[in-house]
Design a protein around this ligand. Structure first.
Ligand SMILES: Nc1ncnc2c1ncn2[C@@H]1O[C@H](COP(=O)(O)OP(=O)(O)OP(=O)(O)O)[C@@H](O)[C@H]1O
Ligand SMILES: [Mg+2]
Length: 453
């Protein structure tokens, strides 16, 4: 069987629409159900080991939720290697290329794919191997000197690092370029040192990116033991190499794609366990598959299902609670990305083949770090879709899907969107139950704001 035929089979397995869910009970509508309490209302209490049955409903609700939030925390990167699901291959690649081979690293992937988590765990491993590891976050219209100065300041404060204030004084007070920075580092730093630069994609100033590329090249040419690991979403990191083809020899690029479903499911079960909850095997599989490789979505979906359980006064997650939790996750996302969320619902009304072609594009985005139009077209052609349908799918997505600097390659401006499209496409949530973000949400926000004064 050809690769594309196998891929086609795999896709149809993932894309099999499930029966519509509209016949299912709406937990929130049930009279007297705790589900009517908004997710973020009420004070957060200290964490008990388990919500005790004797306490009043409101107290057990908030303490149980605190435990859920800390178990599923979708906002915090993984702290250590034990908490990292999958990623053994990516870590090996970074360790070998950066620590053993002395290359610079580029870690890139979609929002929430686990770039910072991977970079942190790699940093710990580098630290254990005797390297000095320094982290910095990039942002906005920062210039090259501002971006690099914190590394110099940090190096100054580390005893035995070899850099003295007198060496770097001019760079602490006036702007400098890549050559000045590289010269100091090459002359003074003797120990293996790694600068991790997270959120590289947020740098808006082109000159800063160009200088950073130049710094990487110069450090390699000068045989400095300082290595840079830049972390960000795909499109901008590709820009970095695009302008400097000769940099490729000195760089390892580590794409952060999707994590396998079984590993996501195991992660979900661990999170449930930490939250004091159990989950049906089928329900866990449904959440893991809905996350389509993304640990962020897995935690977000899992947290919402767990909160739905807590609202219903239950400590076991079944299919009904999963449907509610996924719907809540969608609403949460929709409140932050109303344009994308509204489009996702509209897209379901397109002819079936176009909606299916969009699902394949979304899968490509979720599983890979970028969408190659040729690749998607090949898969869809093999599946019997004509070019007009594929063009219609790209056109329909155009408000949220953009061409990248690399020809034929596309990216979602909200990289969390593909999983939410697939949730609705697969009828894991019923489009009829999605409330458009609007007056209600604003009223909730205002009410919360007034109450918090
Ligand atoms: N390999 C993993 N195993 C378990 N959880 C993970 C893994 N990778 C990421 N996560 C979880 O997914 C969420 C997002 O991770 P992280 O912040 O590392 O992603 P990111 O790609 O850096 O996101 P962003 O693009 O927003 O900076 C966090 O809750 C983190 O704990
Ligand atoms: Mg990050």
């Amino acid at each position: 069987m050809s690769f594309f035929a196998r891929l086609g089979n795999w896709l149809s397995g993932l894309l099999d629409p499930e029966p519509p869910l509209s016949s299912l009970p709406d937990l929130r509508a049930a009279p007297g159900n705790a589900a009517s309490v908004p997710a973020h209302s009420g004070p957060i209490a200290a964490i008990p080991a388990r919500p005790a049955p004797a306490v009043s409903p409101s107290r057990s609700l908030s303490s149980g939720r605190t435990r859920i939030h800390s178990a599923f925390d979708a906002g915090m990167p993984v702290e250590n290697r034990a908490g990292l699901a999958g990623r053994a291959r990516e870590l090996d690649r970074l360790v070998e290329a950066v620590l053993e081979h002395g290359k610079h690293g580029i870690v890139f992937g979609a929002r929430g794919s686990g770039k910072t988590s991977l970079a942190r765990v790699f940093g710990d491993m580098a630290d254990e191997a005797g390297a000095t590891v320094l982290y910095n976050l990039a942002g906005g219209d920062i210039d090259f000197s501002e971006l690099c100065r914190p590394y110099l300041v940090e190096l100054l404060s580390i005893p035995g690092e070899g850099i003295r204030r007198v060496d770097v004084q001019p760079l602490l007070t006036a702007p400098f370029d890549a050559r000045q920075m590289a010269t100091i580092l090459a002359e003074k730093v003797r120990r293996p040192t790694i600068f991790v630069l997270d959120e590289f994609d947020r740098i808006e100033t082109h000159a800063t990116k160009t200088e950073m590329a130049a710094l990487m090249k110069l450090l390699s040419d000068m045989r400095s033991p300082v290595r840079i690991v830049a972390v960000g979403i795909a499109a901008n990191l590709e820009d970095l190499i695009e302008g400097h083809p000769s940099l490729r020899r000195h760089i390892v690029s580590v794409p952060i794609g999707g994590i396998e479903t079984e590993q996501l499911k195991a992660l979900l079960v661990r999170c449930c366990d930490a939250a004091g909850l159990t989950i049906d095997d089928d329900a866990a599989m449904k959440i893991a598959r809905s996350a389509v490789g993304s640990p962020y979505h897995l935690r977000l979906f899992g947290a919402n299902c767990a909160i739905a359980a807590s609202r219903a006064g239950r400590d076991h997650i079944d299919d009904t609670l999963v449907q509610q939790g996924l719907l809540d996750a969608y609403s949460e996302w929709g409140a932050l990305s109303p344009r994308a969320a509204a489009l996702v619902v509209d897209l379901q009304r397109l002819p079936k083949p176009t909606a299916m072609a969009i699902a394949v594009i979304c899968l490509a985005a979720a599983m890979r770090t970028r969408i190659e139009r040729d690749e998607v077209t090949l898969v869809l052609n093999e599946d019997g879709h004509d070019d007009a349908t594929i063009a219609a799918a790209f056109a329909a997505l155009s408000p949220i899907l953009h061409a990248s600097a690399i020809e034929g390659s596309y990216y979602f401006d909200d990289t969390l969107a593909p999983q939410f499209y697939l949730l609705v496409y697969n009828r894991r949530i019923d489009p009829a139950r999605i409330k458009p973000a609007g007056f209600d949400d604003l009223r909730n926000i205002l009410e919360r704001g007034v109450r918090d004064q």
